[in-house]
Design a binder for this molecule. Structure first.
Ligand SMILES: NC(=O)c1ccc[n+]([C@@H]2O[C@H](COP(=O)([O-])OP(=O)(O)OC[C@H]3O[C@@H](n4cnc5c(N)ncnc54)[C@H](O)[C@@H]3O)[C@@H](O)[C@H]2O)c1
Length: 337
């Protein structure tokens, strides 16, 4: 393998077109091919650039022999397309969620392991500079113990997404970020979900997560809000971080009266607020550069298949909880699949 990696993209919809754009000018990468079942999407993605476009994954893989491929087809198709990429011996980035079901995710992970290729999952928010800044500060113990993490990811209904509901489509972003920031696993979830717009799946959802070491996670996610919001609040003993994923901003509101005594907050008063400088970068660019570097280094994948499966298991537990009106453990979901 040369130092210039040959990359390809399968699926050139609203997200895949971004993969093609970014890979088209990533140093150390040559975009060698793109594929989409829709010829208009291929035309748009290649428009004016000398990139071979194909109507299907199989022809593209056979003719261009890429070193790595972004799989950006609808979630229900992740398994079949990722398995083709892996069979062709290319490293693979599968967009989030890793697959539509845990069984499918396991088959993808097993195939990648057997073929000896790297598999990573597009949990893009891990590459958001504001989240990286927050992770560094939490790991340094800035706020003390984390009590609660609350994510709000709301916006208008995306009519193109018909194959999964809002839980599987959006919650994996924040589930993954909560696991990543807390370095902890979810023990139990409870969810309420509703379907208001006429599709087969839920579009309004509220979820509660119990993390193993005691932190509480709250998810407020829907496709019914006229204005888009992507925020994360981390409430700690000694203050509160507020991150805005979209603006890539991070603030800390100090609890002036915070005690140093472990496990106890004597009182809470409003202290100074600090806004940290965050060097903004497109998270997708950071993600794809990280995958490029991981391939050149021989691994590990920046976000593992296990991370992808854990986020999916929590999403499945949330769906099940909302349907069965009871708390559900991700372990129960994992054990049954
Ligand atoms: N990481 C993120 O922030 C993020 C954002 C949006 C979407 N996504 C994920 O990306 C994936 C795609 O979502 P989208 O919003 O771009 O969907 P989309 O519907 O806009 O695009 C999907 C594209 O795949 C093409 N396609 C379908 N079947 C194909 C096949 N067999 N071979 C080749 N092309 C095929 C379609 O023609 C379409 O152009 C989903 O899994 C979604 O969850 C991730």
């Amino acid at each position: 393998m040369s130092d210039i990696l040959r990359a390809a993209v399968i699926g050139l919809g609203s997200m895949g077109a971004n993969h093609a754009r970014v890979l088209g000018d990533t140093p150390g990468v040559e975009l060698c091919g793109v594929a989409d079942a829709d010829p208009e999407r291929v035309r748009k993605a290649t428009g004016g650039r000398p990139i071979p476009g194909f109507p299907d994954a199989a022809t593209m893989l056979a003719e261009t022999k890429p070193d790595f491929v972004s799989v950006v087809v609808p979630t229900q198709l992740h398994e079949s397309v990722a398995l083709q990429v892996i069979a062709a011996g290319a490293h693979v980035l599968v967009e989030k969620p890793i697959a539509a079901t845990l069984e499918a995710a396991r088959r993808i992970a097993r195939a990648a392991e057997e073929r000896g290729v790297l598999l990573t999952v597009g949990h893009i928010e891990r590459f958001n500079p504001a989240i990286r800044e927050l992770k560094g500060r939490l790991d340094a113990g800035q706020g003390g113990a984390v009590l609660q993490v609350r994510a709000r990811r709301v916006g208008p209904f995306p009519h193109r997404i018909r194959d999964v509901g809002v839980i599987h489509d959006l919650a994996p972003h924040d589930i993954d970020i909560m696991r990543y920031l807390l370095s902890d696993e979810v023990d139990r979830v409870f969810a309420e979900a509703r379907r208001h717009i006429n599709t087969d799946n839920e579009d309004l959802f509220a979820g509660m997560l119990r993390f193993h070491r005691g932190a509480m996670g709250l998810l407020d996610i829907n496709w019914l809000t006229p204005t888009k919001e992507r925020t994360l609040t981390v409430l700690c003993e000694r203050g509160m971080f507020v991150a805005n994923y979209a603006a890539q901003s991070l603030e800390f509101f100090e609890n002036y009266a915070a005690t140093a005594r472990e496990g106890a907050i004597a009182s809470v008063t409003e202290g100074p607020m600090t806004r940290y400088p965050v060097a903004n970068r497109e998270p997708l660019r950071v993600e794809l550069e990280s995958f490029r570097d991981a391939i050149l280094a021989g691994g590990p994948a920046p976000v593992s298949a296990e991370d992808g499966m854990r986020a999916l298991a929590v999403s499945e537990a949330l769906v099940r909880s909302s349907m069965e009106d009871r708390p559900v453990t991700p372990d129960e979901v994992m054990a049954q699949t």
